[in-house]
Design a protein around this ligand. Structure first.
Ligand SMILES: [Zn+2]
Ligand SMILES: [Zn+2]
Length: 311
């Protein structure tokens, strides 16, 4: 069950400005960006990012390029971001991280955004604040705003408990995603107050222990990479065999995603971080057929802007 948010913003005139307003009473999972990898071919499929919206609190999971824009398309106010969770520091998961921080800060943010990422996230954030320091300082001195750093708290986590509030409890599991070392790339599990379990695989190889972490998930958002599709992508882009071999070695086939979903007894499998996107030979039916060899449950092939209602 899913729908798409209207692309046209519901706007509220404020002087000469128009701001996004939340119309969402329904808790939902929004797929902001569903493309795997950092290359940009089409605005229809931007790199990996998702959001859970519960009681108007927004939890962003990964921040691939365009995440801020996609939130606005989905009528989600940036100032409602409560926490950002980063699976790993590949650029297709973080290029919009500085944009999310700056854009939410400059959109009437009135609370601290908590950021949870693997080792390296604090240093990255400090350097980003330094990179934007001219603007931050001017807006602080000239416009009387509180500095961005006052609205930001960054935590580096390892496997286990990560975060808890009235809506969600978040835990993390290490997953294998070369060339990162084990402990530098993670999956997340959101246990909601309404007893739903939503799991994000992050970028990963086939990893049987992950099925235990994702056990009985209501929704599993899983990455996927199609071997023949990557062959065709490498040829189209003029990349050599090292690109092809690296992409295949760092990710997971549809068949193995199917095995994982079956072993985890997942109710609904949602594909995101899809590699490649835009291949005419890879229709939704092809992905579903390959996964269906090993998983008989509901499969949703993710697209940017797709909204999956939560309980
Ligand atoms: Zn990735
Ligand atoms: Zn990655």
């Amino acid at each position: 069950m899913f729908k798409f948010k209207e692309i046209i913003l519901n706007t509220l005139a404020v002087g000469s400005l128009a701001v996004a307003t939340s119309t969402s009473a329904q808790d939902e999972l929004i797929l902001l960006g569903t493309k795997g990898g950092p290359s940009l071919y089409s605005p229809k499929a931007l790199p990996q990012s998702s959001a859970i919206v519960m009681n108007d609190d927004v939890y962003v999971v990964d921040a691939g390029y365009g995440a801020s824009y996609r939130l606005l398309e989905a009528k989600v106010p940036l100032q409602n971001i409560k926490a950002i969770f980063i699976t790993h520091l590949h650029s297709d998961h973080i290029l919009d991280y500085p944009a999310l921080l700056m854009n939410s800060w400059l959109s009437s943010l009135d609370h601290e955004i908590k950021v949870y990422g693997p080792k390296g996230t604090k240093a990255m954030t400090e350097k980003l604040l330094e990179a934007y320091s001219v603007d931050i300082k001017l807006r602080y001195q000239d416009e009387g705003r509180e500095p961005l750093s006052k609205f930001l708290k960054v935590y580096e986590f390892d496997e286990g408990d990560v975060y808890q509030d009235k809506n969600v409890t978040v835990t993390a599991k290490r997953v294998p995603h070369k060339p990162f070392k084990m402990g530098e790339a993670f999956a997340f599990k959101f246990d909601t107050a309404k007893k739903q379990k939503i799991v994000f695989s992050g970028d990963t190889n086939y990893y049987p222990p992950f099925a235990k972490f994702a056990q009985n998930a209501d929704i599993l958002v899983h990455e996927v990479a199609h071997t023949e599709g990557i062959d065709r992508l490498a040829k189209r882009m003029g990349y050599g065999p090292s690109f092809r071999d690296a992409v295949i070695a760092h990710h997971i086939t549809p068949q193995d995603v199917g095995k994982t979903a079956t072993n985890a007894h997942v109710k609904q499998l949602v594909l995101s971080h899809i590699v490649p996107v835009g291949d005419p030979e890879l229709s939704d039916a092809v992905w579903k057929k390959d996964i269906g060899e090993f998983y008989k449950g509901e499969v949703t092939v993710g697209q940017d802007g797709m909204v999956i209602p939560l309980k």
